[in-house]
Design a protein around this ligand. Structure first.
Ligand code: BJW
Length: 233
């Protein structure tokens, strides 16, 4: 049995589903009859910025009313307690989610590879700002006053954030755990194979098998609020 010191965890929309945040590919991947891919691309934003800003304004407002669930809280506990249990061991939490429920569930060093709802990016002066309000009325950038704030999220065709840190953590991982993600979107969907290549054990926790399920050594099916705390304890 391999000794586990370093754990890399990847989460997706399923970890926040029981907090009341819709997953992407539920409801046929549609939002008000628009394909999610059409409101999550630079081309979609160029074509209809009001539609895209409204989509993100609604979601930014909604997440502020949601609360972390037992899965977020269990992962927060794991991050705090693992180094006491395994001196020198690490837990790296990478999320594709743009909500802040991991942070509010007690996780500290969350890597948001697809960005965050509660920051905005000024494409004029390349600064980022904490933001809880709407963007639809084109508010001025707090740094340069230009009206070019956009959601600070990674759309299809854009490069996810902090990939160097993620691959560095994967290269040291003894265990890779994927939670509540469909495995439909790359590069996150490829992390399990990277982890396998370096000899890490791989575990999937999900409501149903993901697209890359065959790459995992073990799959435990069930709602995140149950299977994640059960795995952590
Ligand atoms: C539960 C549950 C419960 C439900 N309990 N579980 C082939 C190979 C490689 C790449 C590509 C390729 N073809 C095309 C690409 C590129 C493209 C891509 O992957 N396209 C696919 C459609 C094929 N990828 C990109 O463009 C990415 N960039 C890129 O590749 O750049 C090149 C590059 C990479 C690396 C280094 C250098 C260069 C960017 C992808 C950006 C994705 N952006 C979005 C929007 C973010 C902002 C926002 O939130 O609006 O990210 S799209 C959307 O999908 C969002 C999510 O983070 C992402 C993943 O979704 P997720 O989390 O898996 O959700 P769902 O809904 O799909 O699944 C939910 C799961 O939960 C299900 O499994 C349920 O069973 C489960 N579940 N309830 C537990 N209670």
């Amino acid at each position: 049995m391999q000794t586990i010191r370093n754990i890399v965890i990847l989460t997706g929309a399923g970890v926040s589903a029981e907090s009341g945040i819709d997953t992407f590919r539920s409801a046929g991947g549609l939002w008000e009859q628009h394909r999610v891919e059409d409101v999550a691309t630079p081309e979609g934003f160029a074509r209809d910025p009001n539609l895209v800003l409204r989509f993100y304004d609604m979601r930014r407002e909604a997440i502020q009313t949601k609360q972390p669930n037992p899965a977020h809280e269990a992962l927060g506990r794991l991050e705090r307690e693992w180094p006491k249990k395994v001196p020198g061991g690490s837990v790296t939490l990478v999320t594709q989610n743009v909500d802040d429920l991991h942070e509010r569930g007690g996780s500290l060093g969350v890597i948001h590879m697809h960005g965050e709802h509660l920051t905005v990016w000024c494409t004029a002066c390349d600064t980022r700002h904490r933001w809880t309000g709407a963007l639809i009325d084109r508010p001025p950038c707090p740094a340069c006053s230009a009206p070019f704030l956009r959601p600070d999220v990674v759309w299809f065709g854009e490069v996810p954030y902090r990939m160097d840190e993620i691959f560095a953590a994967l290269s040291e991982a003894d265990l890779f755990v994927s939670i509540g993600t469909s495995g439909a979107v790359y590069p996150a969907a490829g992390f399990v194979r990277t982890a396998r290549e370096i000899g890490a054990a791989t575990l999937e926790l999900n409501l149903e098998r993901s697209q890359g399920s065959q790459w995992f050594d073990e799959t435990r099916l069930g709602p995140a609020s149950e299977v994640v705390p059960a795995w952590v304890e």
